[in-house]
Design a protein around this ligand. Structure first.
Ligand code: DGT
Ligand code: CA
Ligand code: CA
Ligand code: ZN
Length: 587
């Protein structure tokens, strides 16, 4: 059981308890624990295993929840969850996958309209029956209809990259303990850094395929063997994910790794390029086609290349192409021209410009966040707690914000007492774009900030021209440095709001306002396509963690992957600059 499995079990418990109308504190306890756990970098198994440490040290985890974590770690099951699942109709799970439908709304629908399937709910919306239930109305009904379509799309079943990555890391560690594995690497969409991952693909260099496959089948997380061939096998692992494993000879390792990294579209283009050169390329290597360009591609004799990916690309006259670019766009053409971008890397990042503290909805104090940022080697951070509109997070009004800035001044002073400070803390704020237009803090306050993130959290269902106008207005505010999570989408949960991104990007380019790539694995907003469009328009991007805890700073690497998929170089990303350079770049 990975942390993500356990967090998801607790979230499920919370949903089902809430559905049953259980005590709100009990529901909240499970939600808080789920949140703590999904934000952790360390595995729960290792926290438990370490002497002198206890699961109850974790925030929001008392003796009862610690016991449940242990049960999950030991048995992979939670009796409470099974019991709740028996008590609640199966359709409840299906309906809760629809974005915006929480336990309470689902209960109203199931009880009020006798809904027993997603299709029945869709029908009820179309017939206008949902709008007749208390608390729903025509607008909600229309939103549910849109979101049903979203829940039905296959993308919905895919794992977030970060969750897939956690599984990949434990799986690789397990497989590397197998003596018959000379080398193992993960391929597929995980390696390309896609925001969601369907299944996991592994490539092994080894002679004894049977032993390697046995080792995978013996992985404690393997719940079923789906297929077993001579050199390939598929299993079902944690969170129901499928794992495909292929064992090859050393001489074919690079070819197999390239082939199974994909994407399929990239491979199709690569193969057609090979054909044009009288070559054929497959998962075993590159061969010359006897008889030349027009002959049937029947390889013969030893392969021309296969041991490394570099060899494979070189054989068709190309430099190695970073996996994040292998989507079948123009990457092969650019590689041929020698015009591949030099993609931004995690080590290029010098600052993190969006994070929260206990002053609003963060879990760590100002001092704790700054210390964690120093440990990560960052040269500057901006503290950007919520403005007053975000009442749920106890957003800051003028008085509390100025108080926090006073604290930051004193912190910077104390950091620079003995020479150059290890980090500079910028006085920031995440202001909210109000439903009626304008921001939730006045300009005279924003004028004193070092860094202003403007985000849209409320009125997300307004029509396209309203949302666009609100964002463009924020961009035109001279004090706004960057637009936070510009489209508002939550992967697998909530579609983007209806906004004219071309107008937003144009306005950002015109005013020198940055756009954010929010690195939170649920957000990744802007996505790769929009970030590339922003770059083309001359907009600089800022990759930010939006951390709500010290562990939250870790997600920077997810943002980097997205930026790389967008083809961004260090120069395209504002927070690769030194602080002095960043200040010059700001509008
Ligand atoms: P996923 O798992 O849906 O997130 O996406 P991928 O890209 O990991 O796709 P997957 O697991 O079906 O296959 C892994 C790679 O193997 C894929 O990116 C390219 C290669 N591959 C699989 N099937 C084919 C195929 O029929 N033709 C070609 N050219 N390549 C294939
Ligand atoms: Ca895959
Ligand atoms: Ca696969
Ligand atoms: Zn934020």
């Amino acid at each position: 059981m990975t942390n993500a499995d356990i967090a998801s079990a607790f979230d499920h418990v919370a949903d089902l308890l809430e559905y049953q109308g259980a005590n709100v504190f009990r529901v909240r306890a499970y939600r808080n624990a789920a949140r703590t756990i999904s934000g952790m970098v360390e595995s729960l198994a290792s926290v438990r295993g370490e002497s002198g440490r206890s699961l109850t040290d974790l925030e929001g985890v008392g003796a009862d929840l610690a016991g449940k974590i242990e049960t999950l770690l030991d048995t992979g099951k939670l009796p409470l969850l099974e019991e709740l699942a028996r008590e609640v109709p199966a359709v409840v799970f299906e309906l809760m996958r629809v974005p915006g439908l929480g336990p309470k709304k689902v209960k109203a629908l199931v009880d009020g309209l006798d809904i027993d399937s997603l299709d029945a709910l869709e029908q009820a919306c179309r017939k206008g029956r949902v709008a007749t239930i208390k608390g729903f109305g025509a607008k909600t009904q229309a939103a549910i209809l849109t979101n049903i379509a979203f829940a039905k799309s296959p993308e919905h079943a895919r794992l977030l990259w970060a969750d897939a990555d956690a599984i990949v890391q434990t799986l690789l560690a397990w497989m590397r303990r197998c003596p018959q594995v000379r080398r193992i690497e993960a391929a597929g969409s995980w390696r390309r850094g896609r925001e969601t991952v369907g299944d996991l693909d592994l490539v092994v260099d080894g002679d004894d395929a049977a032993s390697v496959m046995d080792h995978l089948h013996g992985w404690p997380e393997t719940s079923a063997v789906l297929l077993r061939g001579d050199t390939k096998t598929s299993i079902r692992g944690p969170r129901n994910v499928q794992v495909d494993l292929r064992v090859v000879d050393r001489g074919a390792f690079g070819a197999a790794w390239q082939y199974f990294t994909g994407s399929k579209e990239h491979n199709v283009k690569l193969r057609s390029r090979a054909r044009d050169r009288g070559l054929t390329i497959n998962e075993y290597g590159v061969w010359r086609i006897p008889g030349g360009v027009d002959a049937e591609p029947r390889p013969r004799g030893p392969s021309l290349a296969g041991e490394t990916e570099e060899d494979v690309y070189r054989a068709v006259g190309l430099p190695w192409i970073p996996p994040e670019l292998r989507e079948g766009g123009d990457e092969i053409h650019r590689a041929e021209l020698g015009e591949l971008p030099e993609l931004v890397e995690l080590t290029d990042i010098h600052g993190d410009l969006h994070m929260h503290t206990t002053a609003t909805d963060g879990e760590a104090t100002l001092g704790e966040m700054v210390r964690a940022a120093i440990e990560r080697g960052l040269a500057y951070v901006a503290i950007t707690d919520h403005g007053q509109r975000v009442t749920m997070a106890h957003g800051l009004d003028r008085k509390r914000l100025l108080h926090q800035w006073g604290e930051i001044d004193r912190l910077n002073e104390s950091l620079s007492q003995d020479g150059p400070p290890p980090i500079v803390v910028l006085k920031g704020i995440e202001v909210d774009m109000l439903e009626k237009g304008g921001l939730d803090l006045p300009d005279d306050v924003l004028a004193k900030a070092d860094w202003v993130v403007a985000s849209l959290h409320y009125g997300q269902h307004q029509p396209r021209d309203r949302i666009t106008a609100r964002i463009v207005e924020a961009i035109e505010n001279p004090h706004v440095s960057v637009i936070g999570h510009p489209t508002g989408r939550l992967i697998n949960r909530r579609p983007a709001y209806d906004v004219d991104m071309e107008a937003v990007i144009d306005a950002a380019a015109r005013t020198g306002t940055f756009l954010e790539i929010n690195a939170n694995p649920w957000r990744l907003d802007l996505d790769d396509r929009l970030a590339a469009a922003a770059k083309r328009a001359g907009v600089k991007l800022v990759i930010s963690t939006d951390a709500h805890s010290t562990a939250g700073l870790e997600v920077m690497r997810c943002g980097i992957l997205q930026a790389r998929r967008a083809g961004l170089e260090a120069a395209d990303v504002a927070n690769t600059r030194t602080l002095a350079q960043l200040k010059k770049l700001m509008k």
